[in-house]
Write a protein that binds this ligand. Structure first.
Ligand code: HEM
Length: 384
């Protein structure tokens, strides 16, 4: 599904793609995405108002929110408005292919292409993959044609950054016109952003809402900070608003410490090294267990307690807190994700009091493609 897009490529290909894609997360571009995030957040708040304070299952609502946001920012289409058959099939395929990828990755008997393709599960995977690829291909070609038609409207100026609302896809087409990436490469990257950019953020938000529902005092502080920064509730966000939301940032960090959406990452050791008194040889596969690292008593006192203040007080040890990984292969979308989470959580806390149905209930967890709660999480959004 992702081909050798940014997440899965190595060596020279990764290096040149990372260089090519880094500017797509530049401040001026993020400014554009903030507009989409704000619109989506406002519509999410309206949706929550309709629940009239009754209990809702958080996951499905949040997943739609992050999926629609990434669709609009990555591909420039509003899938909540587009109810055409290809769009609905695409959404269905993006949601349903995840468990199939996971199943294949852990079942040795499904590794052979020949066997996998002959099984019902392999055929379903093939069908979803075809849907995802043909939707992306049509969109890329359509957008390329449109881009050629109204070239002038897409022009940017140095002072105001981007004049018109551009998606990742438009930025990639810009690079394609200079011959630095081909259409196959664009498809890999659009699929990679779609894949990395919705489930990760969704689960962080689900856990965040669960924790907030148990901590009314934290909700109040987020609201207080929001009011101080934004003033009237209907004023549009500016980029500096997000930078100023220090308390909310600490809340999101504490959520990601307890519930890192990517609970472990894998690496291949490229040079022999000593890990204390153990020699780790080049070629060894290692798993970095982010979840366990961030719950170590020696690094984070009372490690299982939700204490956002710890991120406002003393600095933690370098590399003790790594929800977005660290170093050259860190998450390219972390600023995007933080902005999206700040946008929607601040609006939620400004509009609602969150109440959990079972106080301090901590669900069992599963680490499949991302960390998620096995049981549903129910919360009431009581209008303020
Ligand atoms: C709370 C949200 C997120 C978390 C916790 C998260 C976490 C991570 C982590 C731990 C990695 C390293 C993976 C590895 O080394 O195997 C990673 C890589 C990556 N992430 Fe995120 N991510 C989030 C949101 C996003 C978003 C919103 C996007 C895109 C819009 C994104 C795009 C990527 C990409 C493309 C990579 C690969 C980067 C590379 O290898 O150069 N992520 N992410």
């Amino acid at each position: 599904m992702l081909g050798t897009g940014l997440l899965l490529s190595t060596g020279n290909k990764w290096h040149s793609r990372r260089k090519l894609l880094t500017p797509t997360f530049h401040f001026n571009i993020l400014k554009n995405f903030a507009v989409v995030m704000e619109e989506r957040s406002r519509s999410f708040v309206r949706q929550l108002r309709e629940t009239e304070g009754s209990e809702v299952e958080v996951a499905s609502l949040i997943k739609d929110f992050t999926l629609y946001t990434i669709c609009e920012t990555a591909m420039g289409i509003s899938l909540d408005l587009d109810k055409s058959e290809p769009a609905l099939n695409y959404l269905d395929a993006v949601i349903n292919i995840g468990p199939l990828i996971l199943e294949r990755s852990i079942c040795f008997w499904l590794q052979s292409d020949l066997i996998y393709r002959s099984l019902p599960t392999g055929r379903r995977h093939e069908k979803y993959l075809k849907t995802i690829h043909s939707f992306a291909d049509n969109l890329i070609h359509g957008r390329k044609q449109q881009r050629l038609r109204d070239m002038e409207e897409f022009e940017t100026t140095e002072e105001d950054g981007v004049k018109r609302r551009l998606a990742f896809l438009d930025l990639l087409l810009e690079v394609e016109s200079k011959g630095e990436i081909d259409l196959e490469g664009i498809r890999e990257e659009v699929n990679t952003f779609m894949f990395e950019g919705h489930d990760t953020t969704a689960n962080a938000l689900i856990f965040g809402i669960m924790l907030l529902a148990d901590h009314p005092e934290v909700q109040d502080k987020i609201r207080e900070e929001y009011r101080k920064i934004v003033g009237e509730p209907d004023r549009a966000f500016t980029m500096s608003d997000f930078t100023e939301m220090k308390y909310l940032e600490a809340v999101i960090k504490e959520t990601l410490r307890l519930y890192p959406s990517v609970p472990f990452i894998g690496r291949t050791v490229t040079e022999d090294f000593m890990l204390d008194d153990v020699l780790v040889r080049a070629g060894t596969q290692v798993a970095v267990r982010i979840y366990d690292l961030q719950r170590r008593q020696d690094l984070f006192p009372d490690p299982h307690d939700f204490k956002p203040e710890r991120f406002l007080e003393a600095d933690h040890r370098p590399f003790a807190f790594v929800p977005f990984s660290a170093g050259a292969r860190n998450c390219i979308g972390q600023r995007f994700a933080m902005m999206e989470m700040k946008c929607v959580l601040s609006m939620i806390c400004d509009n609602f009091r969150l109440e959990s149905s079972i106080k301090n209930h901590r669900p069992a967890l599963a680490a499949d493609l991302v960390l998620r709660a096995v049981e549903p999480i129910h919360v009431r959004f009581v209008p303020r």
